[in-house]
Design a protein around this ligand. Structure first.
Ligand SMILES: Nc1ncnc2c1ncn2[C@@H]1O[C@H](COP(=O)(O)OP(=O)(O)OP(=O)(O)O)[C@@H](O)[C@H]1O
Ligand SMILES: [Mg+2]
Length: 328
């Protein structure tokens, strides 16, 4: 039996099957009818700005929060009716946040291992292995209260990996990590999936979803606003993306009007204030566009045509940039 779990997944197809999940906080519809299907053995990314409802959705799927409406099954088990079983099939990072501050990293991991029924020697070995994997060996003996934010995050993930459960929820696993540790975390996540787990992760980083996720749901204000593979989402924005930079900032509004008109799209003005990005289905129209801009007397500093980035996908779907949405 996989993972040594006593409970077998009822459904081998879908690790997560959620229909119409709703969560209200007062009159705030934090999650407002979310459907999610995550295939077993895949990495699924839930992408969205601050306050979109990512954590609330995960908490409902992980039986930590009761949905106000809708239903969800984890490997075929209902999160409400079969919550005890569901809990044995999942791991959630963040749930070990209340580790003992006065104990060392090693001691904390050993305690979790023992709680999960591992023997003393195996617990010690497991703790040492995980600390090594997460680059915490040197800090192993230090009490947790002396750990940095990034170190805590790594220990948190390490703790949730002691029992490698069939489904792992990772809520913003790499937020606040330095680039090297982040890359390491990505490797760990890929390895988890190679060895049989399913991972549902939330992120605000488009490149992270791009790198890791087989499929992505973009959520905004409690709604799934787009769902698909990375390629599908990129394609939905247009086969390519046009980037224009005007020489004079004063020309930007007129330039944008012309772009929207000529390409029949909604273009975006970037924070640099002289740059316009627009989805483009037909590269052939660029000639006409450039002529129209010249006729209007608008001088360009730069023109390029690129494959859309996930950032642009996000921008075009939600009407706001991730950075913009991410400022608290
Ligand atoms: N326990 C709570 N009580 C009241 N409101 C809450 C609670 N938890 C979340 N909210 C609200 O629900 C909405 C969604 O929050 P949630 O934490 O799910 O967003 P998120 O997508 O995880 O955001 P972030 O990227 O900042 O983690 C927000 O408006 C938030 O203020
Ligand atoms: Mg959150």
């Amino acid at each position: 039996m996989k993972h040594g779990y006593s409970i077998e997944p009822k459904s081998n197809d879908l690790a997560v099957d959620a229909q119409g999940l709703v969560k209200l906080f007062g009159d705030n519809r934090a999650v407002d009818g979310v459907d999610l299907q995550v295939k077993a053995g895949s990495i699924y990314g839930v992408l969205g700005p601050n306050g979109a409802g990512k954590t609330t959705t995960i908490r409902m799927l992980a039986t930590l929060l009761r949905p106000d409406a809708g239903s969800a099954r984890i490997f075929g088990y209902d999160v409400l009716k079969d919550s005890q079983i569901v809990r044995q099939l999942i791991g959630v990072t963040g749930q070990y946040a209340s580790v003992d501050e006065s104990l060392s990293a090693t001691e904390n991991l050993v305690i979790f291992s023992r709680l999960l029924g591992l023997g003393r020697a195996e617990s010690k070995r497991k703790a040492a292995d995980l600390l090594e994997e997460f680059g915490l060996t040197e800090a192993a003996k230090r009490p947790l209260k002396n750990f940095s934010g990034g170190m805590r995050r790594r220990l948190d993930l390490a703790a949730s990996l002691i029992a490698q459960p069939p489904l792992i929820f990772l809520d913003e696993p790499t937020t606040g990590l330095d680039p090297r540790t982040r890359a390491q975390m990505w490797e760990t996540i890929r390895r988890l999936v190679k060895t049989g787990s399913t991972v549902l992760l939330t992120t605000q980083y488009l490149d992270e979803a791009d790198q890791l996720a087989d499929r992505i749901a973009v959520i905004d204000r409690g709604h799934v606003v787009a769902e698909g593979t990375v390629d599908e989402l990129k394609a939905s924005v247009g086969t390519s993306s046009l980037q224009l930079r005007v020489q004079q900032e004063a020309d930007i509004m007129e330039a944008r009007r012309i772009v929207n008109h000529m390409l029949a799209v909604q273009s975006n003005v970037s924070s640099e204030a002289t740059k316009i990005t627009a989805p483009m289905a037909d590269p052939d129209r660029v000639t006409d566009l450039l002529l129209a801009l010249r006729e209007a007397g608008i001088a360009l500093a730069e023109v390029s045509v690129q494959k859309p980035t996930l950032d642009e996908v996000f921008l075009s779907i939600t009407g706001q940039g991730v950075q913009e949405g991410a400022t608290k």
